[in-house]
Design a protein around this ligand. Structure first.
Ligand SMILES: Nc1ncnc2c1ncn2[C@@H]1O[C@H](COP(=O)(O)OP(=O)(O)O)[C@@H](O)[C@H]1O
Ligand SMILES: [Mg+2]
Length: 248
């Protein structure tokens, strides 16, 4: 089996609330899966379940053929809040887990941190603390920290939701570069133009279910579901986008 991620019929309830109502999804190596849907549709819950952070009531989740285990390094997660340590430099934020969890030597961890900070365009900022970095730069440090652990699957949960538009762009470009490098990713975002152009496949979630799962043309042009069309209409007024093959 070559799927990096295999999700079959998962359900999650908290009390009387059904949060995930039978979600299935296979992700192959190198795929970039976009997750869109209204607030409260279950996007974050799905990512948390995949990461093994929340229990599920039914179904199965396999990551590289095994149940997900938080901390085993197979999955990396990037959140809306960057969750950097304010008293540590960018370099120290990246090396922390390498030193404590991976037991790397200081020299080894510093070298890996420098390489990852350069990969996100922050090689010159390694000695800065988060307070001396913009929000976009902080999120890029958080991405470098995730990359340093060499995950085989990265889950992004609205990575630009707390950023101004110009800072959003620099973070999206880093994610786009990861996609070009063949990283397997699930990306929750309200940046429809970005998802349409970067995702190999997009899922539309509503009330804990996947209503549409397809390539950009199916999801963003054909939109074969009234709820998806209504959802997209709220963005169409504000955002213009082009799809692969439709440029110019
Ligand atoms: N721990 C929880 N306890 C109760 N309800 C929850 C919990 N986590 C999420 N929910 C509910 O599940 C639904 C989906 O939430 P969430 O996954 O955060 O949606 P999204 O990320 O798409 O906005 C929402 O109605 C939310 O209120
Ligand atoms: Mg969410």
């Amino acid at each position: 089996m070559s799927a990096v991620l295999s999700v079959a019929g998962i359900e999650r309830r908290v009390g009387d609330t059904e949060i995930l109502r039978g979600i299935s999804l296979d992700v192959q190596k190198g795929e970039v899966v976009g997750l869109i849907g209204p607030s409260g549709s279950g996007k974050s819950s799905l990512l948390r379940a995949i990461a093994g952070l929340d229990p599920i009531n039914a179904g199965t989740i396999l990551v590289e053929g095994k149940p997900p285990k938080p901390g085993d390094g197979a999955i990396g997660m990037v959140f809306q809040q960057f969750n950097l340590w304010p008293h540590l430099t960018a370099r120290e934020n990246v090396t922390l887990a390498l030193r404590l969890v991976r037991k790397q030597s200081k020299a080894e961890a510093n070298e890996a941190a420098q390489a990852m900070l350069e990969r996100v365009g922050l090689g010159k900022y390694a000695d800065r603390r988060p307070g001396a970095l913009s929000g976009g730069q902080q999120q890029r440090v958080a991405i470098a920290r995730t990359l340093a652990m060499q995950p085989r699957l990265i889950l992004f949960d609205e990575p630009t939701a707390s950023l101004d538009p110009e800072l959003t762009t620099e973070v999206l470009e880093v994610i786009r570069a990861l996609a070009r490098d063949g990283m397997t990713m699930l990306v929750v975002s309200h940046e429809m133009g970005f998802i349409a152009s970067v995702a190999t496949r997009t899922l539309f979630l509503d009330h804990g279910k996947v209503l549409v799962d397809g390539p950009a043309k199916t999801v963003f042009r054909d939109a074969p579901d009234p709820r998806l069309r209504r959802f997209l209409a709220t963005y169409l007024e504000r955002v213009a986008w082009t799809l692969p093959g439709e440029e110019g």
